[in-house]
Design a protein around this ligand. Structure first.
Ligand code: NAD
Length: 470
């Protein structure tokens, strides 16, 4: 089976396993599983030397039960129709379990971002956006892309600019895409949202006393040994946030090697070194592994695959020595590997919940773009004045003044970043305990099955509420 077929088949098997436990009608379950629409396109783009290259790209909208659809766009030479369909379906289930009112979608462009110039990437993404506009596959009320593997804020800025140029006068044009730079109506906290959400999800998992007792580890992040695969947007921010909470990042890998240091690595220093040299070989601390995959098999408490799908397969699953695998990437563990890991007592936090931080904060960015005002603007000063008034009453009652430093801490109103971070944390925590309860209350096999079952039930109820259009 080819890699993209394996990923598609894993997602399909995960769905079927959970659907078998559902009481909803078989036809409705079939409809939920099916991808609603796929646009496959080929368009010409000028290479830097003036020659013309035909680029293949996709956009899949898995579910329209809530609109707009939402999902990233990736640049990768491996992109295929099966892959974007599987990723779009994960988006539907993900949005459902974290209570974000979107249907799932995903886009992919078959180019290698590592060897593409900035100019080429700009021409590709602008043309891709124009193709989506032509077929009504993008727009604030229709389908809203975001960054994914191989794309980032810059690509989102080019998409927004192209869309705006093709849709003059559209009031909410900037809400056509999220993950934009702050200067172009982005939101503080979006860049690190997925990685931070991963850290928050791991922290919730580690807080469940009974689960940790069964795994034979102490509750809490403090001192946990972590290995992170992939030092991109998700991997880097997850590693940095985990370290900040007291975890020891003992291993970090990239596509061309990794480092292991039981004393702990500083992700910021490793990232700076890797960005500068293009390799971790020569990093002053730890041991360099030329074979990055082998490093995933080192002993640790939490393994965080944050690169691509199919990283843990039946081939390496028997050698994984982590206690917990935290799926920061989409589909890093295939369905056959999962069986082996579960039999070996390894705990899996599923992608369909764990990497939802990005779409949660994208939702906030979309809301901000529709309302054309930042979240703190209308509340911050008012909060400060009310707290000042409250403190004055307290001071009069107790006959003492609160020291200036403490006073400033209590009185200062929340910034937009504070609001984004606390809402992200609250959503990740609430959702973890909801899927965990679903798992235990319905006595399901494992957390992934419970998460899919929970999502299927929510999407089914939404369809039933709408009724079937004649
Ligand atoms: P990215 O392009 O920023 O980073 C990916 C990193 O992984 C790159 O540095 C790349 O060189 C590295 N990599 C590639 N192959 C590797 C290998 N075999 N071993 C180790 N490293 C390897 O991408 P990203 O946005 O961080 O996305 C990573 C994963 O997270 C993808 O599965 C994506 O779908 C998922 N995800 C991303 C977001 C987001 O907001 N960006 C949200 C949800 C899920």
């Amino acid at each position: 089976m080819l890699a993209h077929e394996r990923f598609h088949s894993s997602v399909s098997r995960y769905f079927d396993r959970a659907a078998r436990l559902s009481r909803h009608p078989a036809g409705l379950l079939d409809f939920i599983k099916t991808c609603n629409s796929v646009y496959r396109m080929r368009f010409p783009v000028r290479e830097d030397d003036g020659s013309i290259r035909v680029v293949e790209a996709f956009r899949a909208q898995h579910s329209h039960h809530r609109l707009p659809c939402k999902g990233g766009v990736r640049f990768s030479p491996e992109v295929s129709q099966d892959e974007v369909i599987a990723l779009a379906s994960l988006m539907t289930y993900k949005c459902a379990v974290v209570g974000v009112p979107f249907g799932g979608s995903k886009g992919g462009v078959r180019i290698d971002p590592r060897i593409s110039s900035t100019g080429f990437r700009e021409r590709v993404i602008r043309r891709y956006t124009a193709e989506l506009v032509k077929k009504d596959f993008i727009g604030p009320a229709v389908d809203v892309p975001a960054p994914d593997y191989g794309t980032g804020e810059q690509e989102m800025a080019w998409m927004a600019d192209t869309y705006r140029g093709l849709k003059p006068g559209e009031l909410h044009a900037y809400a056509c895409v999220t993950g934009k730079p702050l200067e172009l109506h982005g939101i503080p906290g979006r860049r690190e949202a997925t990685g931070l959400g991963v850290c928050m999800g791991i922290s919730e998992c580690l807080s469940r006393l009974k689960d940790m007792k069964e795994l034979g580890i102490t509750p809490g992040i403090e001192g946990k040994r972590v290995i992170v695969q992939g030092l991109g947007n998700v991997g880097y921010h997850a590693a940095a946030a985990l370290r900040e909470l007291g975890a020891v990042v003992v291993g970090i890998t990239e596509y061309n090697g990794g480092i292991l240091d039981p004393k702990g690595l500083d992700p910021a220093a490793v990232k700076a070194f890797f960005t500068d040299r293009g390799t971790m070989d020569g990093y002053p601390n730890g041991t360099f592994f030329e074979n990055a995959q082998a490093l995933l098999e080192e002993e640790c408490d939490v393994l965080v695959p944050a690169a691509l799908e199919n990283q843990i397969t039946p081939e390496n699953a028997p050698r994984i020595r982590a206690k917990i695998i935290a799926e920061a990437a989409n589909g890093p563990v295939d369905a056959d590997a999962e069986k082996i890991l579960l039999q070996r007592g390894i705990f899996l936090i599923p992608d369909v919940y764990l990497n939802a931080g990005g779409v949660i904060v994208s939702y906030f960015e979309w809301l901000k773009n529709l309302s054309h005002v930042s979240f703190d603007r209308m509340t911050s000063r008012y909060t400060e004045i009310s707290r000042e008034n409250l403190l004055k009453v307290v001071e009069e009652l107790v006959g003492k003044n609160i020291p200036a430093e403490q006073r400033a801490k209590i009185v200062t109103g929340p910034t937009e970043l504070d609001l984004v971070r606390t809402s992200l944390g609250e959503t990740m925590a609430r959702s973890y305990h909801a899927i965990h309860d679903h798992w235990k209350v319905h006595d399901m096999e494992d957390l992934r099955t419970a998460t899919y079952a929970y999502a299927i039930d929510l999407v089914a109820k939404s369809h039933l509420a709408h009724g079937i259009f004649p």
